[in-house]
Write a protein that binds this ligand. Structure first.
Ligand SMILES: Cc1ncc(COP(=O)(O)O)c(C=O)c1O
Length: 401
C-alpha cells in the first residue's frame, strides 16, 4: 500500500514515526525492581535517575502495584463533573503534610505551574489588577507549556516558540535585594515564583534565609509566594516539601513528579490569600485527579510514611553526599558537591555529558544537567550499599575524566 505523503519530496519514509523531541540514549529497559532497571539482555543498572526524580518508591513497589491494580479493576476515570472521593482524600493528605488548604489536580508539572499562574492572575484580577506581573528567577525551569515556558529561563527551551505570554519579570536567583528592588520599581507585581532548590538549572540551593525573606516580602507587599516543588516535593529533599527546611508556608505550591511514582499526576495547592479564589469554571482538566491518579498518589504517601522514606531520603542523602565528598576530596575537577536529601549535584569544572554513557557501561544510570553537573535523584528507597555503589562509580569516572 502506498501511503499519501503530505510532505512531498522529503518522503514520509525518511521520517521516524516519533517526533524527535528527545535526544534519546540508545537503550530501552524491559523491567524494574526496587532501585534497579534491567535491559533486554538482563543487564542490571542502578537507577540514580528514577525517571528524573519521579520513581520515588523505586520500580515495582509491591504496595503501589497492589493499589494501582486494585484501582484499575475498580474505577479508572469518571469526570470532574462528578464528585471524586479519592481526590478529596488525596487533597486532605497533601494539605495535612504541606500546611496548605486546597488542591487542584492536573496531570504534570507544567500543568501545576499553569494552574498556579492562573490562580495568581485570577486573584490579582479580582483585586482590579489585569496586567499583573510575576517575578521569576534566572536559571529557573518551570515546564514546557507556554506559560511555564515564559517563566522558565533558557533561550534553549524558548527559542522559536514566541510570542510567549507576557507578565513575567526575571531577577537573579538567591538574591533578595533584587526581588525587593523589582517590587519597588513596578506597581503591578502580583507574586514571586521560585524553586526552593533549582534542579534542572544545576542543583542550586539558595541561602537558608532566602525563602523566609521572600515570604516576608510577599507578606509586606500583599503578593503571592508561589513555590515550584515539582521536583523537590513529595519527600525528595528529606522533608515532605523542601520549603519545610526553612519553615515557610507558601500561598501556592505546585508539585508533580514523585507524587505519582510514575503515574502522571500534578497538583496546585493553595493556602491563605490564594485559597478560595477559583470558582466553578475558572480552571479545569479532563483527566486531572482521576480515581486512578489519586489512588496512585495515596499509595505513594502511604508508602512514604510506612517505610519512613522521607527520613531515609534525608539520612541516605547525607551519607551519599558525605561519601562523594570524601571520595573526591583531592579531585580538582570537582567545583562543588551540593544537595538536599536525594537531590544531589556534583558540579565539575568542565562539561561531562560523556559520563552518562560511561556510567551506564558500569551499570549505573545518572543524568547530567547544565552541562557540567552530575545530578543524582535515585528512588527514596535507596539503601547504604546502593549508595556505596553510586559513590564508587561516580568518583572513579570523575577521576578518570
Ligand atoms: C522544577 C520543575 N518544574 C516544572 C517541571 C515540569 O514538569 P513536567 O515535565 O512534569 O511538565 C519540571 C520538570 O523537570 C521541574 O523540574
Amino acid at each position: 500500500m502506498t501511503a499519501a505523503n503530505p510532505l512531498g519530496k522529503q518522503g514520509a519514509a525518511a521520517l521516524p514515526a516519533l517526533m524527535t523531541t528527545y535526544g534519546r540514549q540508545g537503550i530501552a529497559f524491559t523491567r524494574g525492581e526496587g532501585c534497579y532497571l534491567y535491559d533486554s539482555n538482563g543487564k542490571r543498572y542502578l537507577d540514580a535517575v528514577a525517571g528524573i526524580a519521579v520513581n520515588s518508591l523505586g520500580h515495582s513497589h509491591p504496595g503501589f502495584f497492589a493499589a494501582i491494580r486494585d484501582q484499575v479493576g475498580t474505577l479508572v476515570h469518571t469526570s470532574n463533573i462528578y464528585e471524586v472521593p479519592l481526590q478529596s482524600q488525596l487533597a486532605a493528605e497533601l494539605c495535612l503534610r504541606s500546611g496548605m488548604q486546597q488542591a487542584f489536580f492536573c496531570n504534570s508539572g507544567t500543568e501545576s505551574i499553569e494552574a498556579s499562574i492562573k490562580l495568581a492572575r485570577k486573584r490579582a484580577w479580582q483585586q482590579g489588577i489585569s496586567d499583573g506581573v510575576i517575578l521569576v528567577t534566572e536559571g529557573a525551569f518551570h515546564g514546557r507549556t507556554l506559560g511555564a515556558l515564559a517563566a522558565t529561563h533558557s533561550a534553549k527551551y524558548q527559542e522559536g516558540f514566541g510570542p510567549l505570554p507576557a507578565g513575567f519579570l526575571r531577577v537573579p536567583y538567591n538574591d533578595v535585594p533584587a526581588m525587593a528592588a523589582a517590587i519597588k520599581s513596578h506597581n503591578n507585581i502580583i507574586g514571586i515564583l521560585v524553586e526552593p532548590a533549582q534542579g534542572e538549572g544545576g542543583v542550586h540551593l539558595p541561602a537558608p534565609d532566602y525563602l523566609p525573606q521572600l515570604r516576608a516580602l510577599c507578606d509586606q507587599h500583599d503578593l503571592l509566594l508561589i513555590l515550584d516543588e515539582v521536583q523537590t516535593g513529595n519527600g525528595r529533599t528529606g522533608r515532605y516539601f523542601a520549603c519545610q527546611h526553612s519553615g515557610v508556608v507558601p500561598d501556592i505550591l505546585a508539585t508533580a513528579k514523585g507524587l505519582g511514582n510514575g503515574y502522571p499526576i500534578g497538583v496546585c495547592l493553595a493556602a491563605g490569600k490564594a485559597a478560595g479564589v477559583f470558582q466553578p469554571g475558572h480552571h479545569g482538566s479532563t483527566f486531572g485527579g482521576s480515581p486512578l491518579a489519586c489512588r496512585a498518589g495515596l499509595a505513594v504517601y502511604a508508602a512514604l510514611d510506612k517505610e519512613d522514606l522521607v527520613g531515609n531520603a534525608a539520612r541516605i542523602g547525607r551519607y551519599l553526599q558525605d561519601g562523594l565528598r570524601t571520595a573526591l576530596l583531592d579531585c580538582n575537577k570537582v567545583r562543588e558537591i551540593r544537595g538536599l536529601g536525594l537531590l544531589i549535584g556534583v558540579e565539575l569544572d568542565r562539561p561531562c555529558k560523556e559520563l552518562v554513557e560511561r556510567a551506564r557501561d558500569q551499570g549505573l544510570l545518572i543524568n547530567v544537567t547544565a552541562d557540567n553537573v552530575i545530578r543524582l535523584v535515585p528512588p527514596l528507597t535507596l539503601n547504604q550499599s546502593e549508595a556505596d555503589f553510586i559513590i564508587s562509580v561516580v568518583s572513579k569516572l570523575v577521576q578518570e575524566l
